[in-house]
Design a binder for this molecule. Structure first.
Ligand code: AMP
Ligand code: ZN
Length: 473
């Protein structure tokens, strides 16, 4: 049944036919958040983009094993091995332990992803749970001659990696992004681009809060903590295997984090880490990347406080392809909320019996929309086009049941919960009924009181010519 799915592979810089390792199954890994702070909506866009790809794959008939990790150790303030561990920084700032900080921000992240209707990953490992696996990989790299030890750290020797810059396409001789520099550079590093697999609890890291024993003794300081990149390599190997189908992350990971993951994993395993590398572009504000450091990192809670429904933000994200930048403004968010509400009310109307009887060409049209929807997903997951087709269906003169079925089917892929508007609790239905009765007999004070009660339960009752229509607030 399946036609050909084509995806853009950063590794080959072109769209390619997607062929999973095992037919109908997809092994999919996304680099997850560093849990030292509330993730901003740019981070959440990245999570939504992977969710849309996962839902599209499922719609196209694949079974997806999806892993997204939590980085709770080893990600230094700079991606280039400089500064202190972000988790330690967060812990010191809030007077908490790194474990408490991790739990606090994982909880916020999980609430936010749930509100955005992002599916739960199959596995969501924490880096600190994989220290032993990381150490095994570091040992293997040392044994095979890909790594060396200095008094400060165990480093990966990039000159030994096969085609180190293949993902980014940078020239090795040029100034490689990722090459460490500055005050904490280790003079015993052989090449500036060599990156840490394991830091010893010494020098700038003497006060590191999370450390583990290791077997590599340098200056008698064997305790330490893992580098950032090795965690993904170890978690992928443990949970998904030596080679996976899709590896995803933000575009900024191409020259450093993903390049280093490839170098480590492929040097240990001797096979490709991932057959397809997918990278999402950034959410921007005033033309620049949305970033906490720029003061532009809005949290989801800041949006909801201003009256934005989380799924209206999801709708906003649907309007740009994952490989395109998307610019955030309050006006465009508002417009997305209006459009989302309109789509919801089309579905609500159809559910309450409004709509067409259909015409003789109805079935032909239904098939056409289905084929178009599938085609755009198969073209590197073109979600903005899928949304456009959903709107064509909403405005079409298809037979009522067909129109509703298609909207529900497409809404499922887009994750818009279109059907949920009418899943109203029994108590609320009863209140709506009582309010109707009160209105009929002219008892408007009672009707208003009941309206308030309905609203307190999180719903609104709109009066339409067809009777009351209940919607979520
Ligand atoms: P971090 O917590 O910094 O490791 O980032 C978590 C994820 O969010 C990474 O996959 C980043 O690529 C992604 N990310 C960070 N900033 C943005 C942004 N402005 N737009 C989209 N994704 C972002
Ligand atoms: Zn990663």
């Amino acid at each position: 049944m399946r036609e050909m799915l084509r995806v853009y592979n950063t590794l080959t810089r072109q769209k390619e036919e997607f062929k999973p390792i095992t037919e109908d199954k997809v092994l999919f890994y996304q680099c997850g958040p560093t849990v030292y702070w509330t993730q901003h909506i740019g981070n959440l866009r990245a999570m939504t983009m992977a969710d849309l790809i996962r839902r599209s794959l499922q719609y196209l008939g694949y079974e997806v094993n999806f892993v997204r990790n939590y980085t709770d150790v080893g990600h230094l303030v700079s991606d280039q091995d400089e500064g202190e561990d972000k988790m330690d920084k967060g812990a010191r700032a809030e007077g908490k332990t790194p474990a408490e900080i991790a739990q606090k921000y994982i909880d916020i992240f999980e609430n936010d992803t749930k509100a955005l209707n992002i599916l739960e990953p199959t596995h969501k490992p924490r880096a600190t749970e994989y220290i032993e696996k990381m150490q095994e990989m570091v040992s293997a790299l040392l044994d095979k001659g890909f790594a060396y030890i200095t008094p400060k750290a165990v480093y990966f020797d990039v000159s030994k990696a096969k085609n180190y810059t293949k993902l980014s396409g940078q020239k090795f001789e040029q100034n490689i992004v990722g090459a460490g520099s500055g005050d904490v550079s280790d003079p015993e590093k052989k090449h500036p681009a060599d990156f840490a697999l394991w830091f010893f609890k010494t020098g700038v890291h003497s006060n590191a809060l999370q450390t583990w024993d290791s077997q590599w003794s340098a200056s008698g300081k064997a305790r330490g903590f893992p580098g950032w990149h090795i965690e993904c390599s170890a978690m992928i190997k443990s949970l998904l295997g030596d080679t996976i189908d899709i590896h995803m992350g933000g575009v900024e990971h191409i020259p450093v984090h993903h390049t280093n993951e490839i170098a480590q994993s492929e040097s240990v395993n001797g096979v490709p880490l991932s057959n397809y590398w997918l990278h999402n572009e950034h959410l921007t504000v005033n033309g620049g990347k949305m970033a906490k450091s720029q003061g532009t990192g809005f949290a989801l809670s800041e949006l909801t406080e201003k009256g934005c429904a989380p799924l209206a933000l999801r709708y906003f994200f649907l309007q740009a392809h994952y490989r395109s930048k998307q610019n955030f403004t309050w006006e465009s968010l508002d417009a997305a909320q209006t459009a989302y509400r309109r789509l919801q009310s089309v579905v609500a109307g159809l559910k309450s019996g409004q709509g067409n009887q259909g015409t003789s060409e109805s079935e032909e049209k239904r098939q056409m929309y289905l084929a178009q929807f599938r085609d755009v997903l198969e073209d590197d997951f073109n979600i903005p086009q899928a949304l456009a087709i959903t709107w064509e269906v909403a405005k079409s003169n298809l037979m009522r049941e067909d129109q509703l079925d298609l909207l529900m089917e497409f809404g499922q892929v887009l994750g818009l919960c279109l059907g949920e508007v009418l899943r109203v609790p029994r108590e609320v239905e009863e209140l709506v009924g009582q309010r109707e009765e009160a209105r009929k007999v002219g008892n408007y004070a009672e009707a208003d009181r009941l309206r308030e009660e309905i609203e307190k339960s999180g719903y609104t009752a709109k009066d339409t010519p067809e009777g009351p229509r209940v919607e979520k607030k």
